[in-house]
Unconditional design. Structure first.
Length: 62
């Protein structure tokens, strides 16, 4: 089964970030479990975090 791109209709930009090795290793494990690349897993986690933050703001009435 091919991987589904999370952002197939948007232009992408390269971004270099620094993170502790332990966080990278944890994300890499999740990526393998979810059959995604490390990059796709990071994008998915950021999108999920943004959704949660938006829901929290909506609940607060902002």
């Amino acid at each position: 089964m091919p991987r589904q791109k999370l952002y197939q209709y948007e232009k992408t930009n390269a971004l270099s970030i620094r993170m502790p090795a332990s966080i990278r290793e944890e994300i890499q494990k999740r990526a393998v479990e979810n059959r995604r690349s490390l990059n796709q897993e990071i994008v998915w986690l950021i999108l999920r975090a943004l959704e949660i933050l938006a829901q929290e703001q909506a609940a607060k009435g902002k």
